[in-house]
Design a protein around this ligand. Structure first.
Ligand code: MSP
Length: 538
């Protein structure tokens, strides 16, 4: 495989971001879904040997946070501090998220730079003062167009409600500052045209194209009816609209107007991961803000679908009480990281079900993969005293596995590393797991072991080497998805002594057959995926 340009010293980092999450409540399965996807993507690129920057953080300004803090009787800053330190950061640590930075929009490194950015746009004549009246959804922190609203029912009968939050909108009337977004419609369309991969998936791209083709309105970028935000530098009766503040995190976190060297080595993002609910902010407003400032645009806006509960987007109000930790305590962190990417095609909506998770865990992780690893280690222990024998009798069956591993590497690298098709990439790897299981079933090493002839011994050695070397490839390929389990497997293969640390194994070389040397000490380590306990009762 050709070396990527990113391996060069000093090359720009492969930069991936998650949305910065509102701190109005604790994280739920939906937030964790996007963040785990970004973690797998960045770990994959690190495993290629590339320089990577993975950013996540929290969105702490705006009316929504202010109201939540008020309802809890504390200041918005106290509320944000509590949620970040007690809920958000601990969850990402628990889920083994290897982010390089965590930005909070109340940090000075962010607020100062946001003011400079907005002042700059004002000085360039991109911002003007005007008035606006319209329906506003505090849940979305967005003015809505009348056509986007639904008629309320039940307790909201007679009112207009937001299609996403299903709560009444408020009619706001304010004197605001406006960004000349309407001037960027044609430039945006030209960019989408010239860069067909800019918005992913195709359905998201079409939605944005249709929206922009209808003509863009100027964007209100300040609010004056509350003060929980970053003041407009030239008029401190206004605070900066929370979405303008939030989008700028992608620049301020990597040194915008502060550390030019870091900024150039990182910005713009290669991939902004977003839920489809916040697609327009990222695919329309954010690039227009960058165009207005003459800054480069991101490589790709990748929208993930929604995790659904009972036909609705999973949110704090309809979670039915399931927290990420409830699932990890039952299934383990690695299986949790694997499950959502495995079960749902990235970009599409998907439903979570405990039963589906349990069934896939048992058949794909515990039976297919975990048992394979423990059987191979047990047989090397039993027949060769734990010293990995050499393969001296390769034939057609072995050749098929050499090819199978190479194919799994190429497909997974393309699908996960380039296309963000996590499900397709994981399936390519698990097809290989099936192939190795099939090989062992056909070769019947336990029968070959009864043949004491030199040919029989060579055959048995070859089968077990082939299986162990296959596991070496699997440990590398699954490391971005399930780092703890891969490390256990790596240890059980005794690979560290000869090949070095698992993190240093390049994806590009994972399919080169014969890397694991004969003679390593194979031990039957911890069970990779223990049998599940009974489902806990709520
Ligand atoms: N603060 C804004 C984002 C600003 S980015 C500059 C925001 N925050 S949020 O807390 O509401 O989280 C939004 C993101 O969380 C979604 O875009 C999505 O990535 C993720 N998800 C939240 N609920 C989700 C599901 N039910 N399913 C999948 N992802 C979901 O919007």
């Amino acid at each position: 495989m050709a070396a990527t340009g990113n391996e060069k010293q000093g090359a720009k980092a492969y930069y991936v971001s998650t949305p910065i999450y509102y701190v109005n409540d604790a994280p739920h399965l939906g937030h964790a879904y996007t963040t785990v996807a970004g973690d797998v993507l960045t770990r994959w690129h690190r495993q290629r040997g590339e320089k990577v920057w993975y950013l996540t953080g929290t969105d702490e300004h705006g009316q929504k946070i202010m109201r939540t803090a008020e309802a809890n009787g504390v200041s918005p800053q106290q509320w944000a501090d509590k949620l970040v330190t007690e809920a958000w950061e601990p969850l990402w640590e628990h889920l083994e998220i290897a982010n390089d930075d965590f930005i909070r929009t109340t940090q000075k490194r962010h607020t100062d730079r946001v003011q400079e950015f907005v002042q700059d746009l004002y000085d360039k004549g991109e911002i003007y003062k005007g008035g606006y009246e319209g329906p506003y959804c505090v849940g979305c922190e967005e003015y809505k167009l009348p056509g986007e609203l639904l008629d309320g029912e039940g307790e909201y009968a007679g009112q207009k409600i937001c299609a996403i939050h299903k709560k009444p909108v408020e009619i706001l009337s304010e004197e605001n500052y406006f960004f000349k977004l309407s001037a960027y419609g044609d430039k945006l369309l030209a960019h989408y045209e010239a860069n067909p991969g800019f918005i992913q998936p195709e359905s998201a791209r079409n939605e944005v194209l249709n929206f922009v083709r209808q003509g863009l309105q100027d964007l209100s970028i300040s609010r004056s009816t509350f003060d929980w935000g970053i003041p407009i530098p030239w008029d401190d009766k206004h605070v900066i609209y929370v979405w303008v503040d939030a989008l700028l995190n992608y620049a301020t976190a990597v040194g915008y107007n502060e550390n030019q060297e870091k900024f150039e080595a990182t910005f713009p993002a290669d991939v902004h991961l977003v839920g489809k609910d916040i697609l327009r902010f990222h695919a329309v407003i954010w690039p227009a803000m960058l165009m207005a400032q003459g800054l480069p645009l991101p490589g790709r806006i990748a929208a993930n679908g929604w995790l659904m509960v009972g036909g609705e987007k999973m949110s704090k109000s309809n979670l039915t009480g399931i927290k990420p930790q409830d699932l990890t305590s039952h299934f383990g962190v690695d299986a949790y990281r694997w499950y959502f990417l495995r079960a749902i095609a990235f970009g599409q909506d998907g439903s979570f079900s405990w039963e589906d998770f349990a069934a896939r865990y048992t058949s794909e992780l515990a039976n297919d993969y975990g048992n394979l690893a423990s059987r191979v280690a047990a047989m090397v222990g039993k027949y060769f005293d734990g010293a990995l024998p050499a393969a001296t009798a390769d034939g057609g069956a072995e050749k098929a596995l050499h090819d199978g591993l190479a194919k799994a590497v190429t497909e997974a690298d393309r699908k996960i590393g380039e296309e963000l098709d996590f499900q397709g990439g994981i399936l390519a790897v698990f097809d290989f797991v099936k192939q190795v299981n099939g090989y062992i079933t056909e070769q019947e090493p336990w029968k070959v072991a009864k043949d004491d002839s030199p040919e029989g011994k060579a055959r048995l050695a070859t089968i077990l080497y082939t299986a162990a070397e296959s596991l070496r490839g699997l440990a590398v390929l699954l490391n971005p998805v399930m780092p703890d389990t891969s490390q256990k497997l790596w240890d059980s293969l005794g690979a560290e002594a000869s090949l070095g640390s698992l993190a240093d194994q390049k994806v590009q070389e994972a399919g080169d057959w014969g890397r694991l040397p004969a003679g390593t000490t194979v031990t039957k380590g911890a069970v990779l995926f223990p049998r599940l306990e009974e489902k806990p009762t709520a």
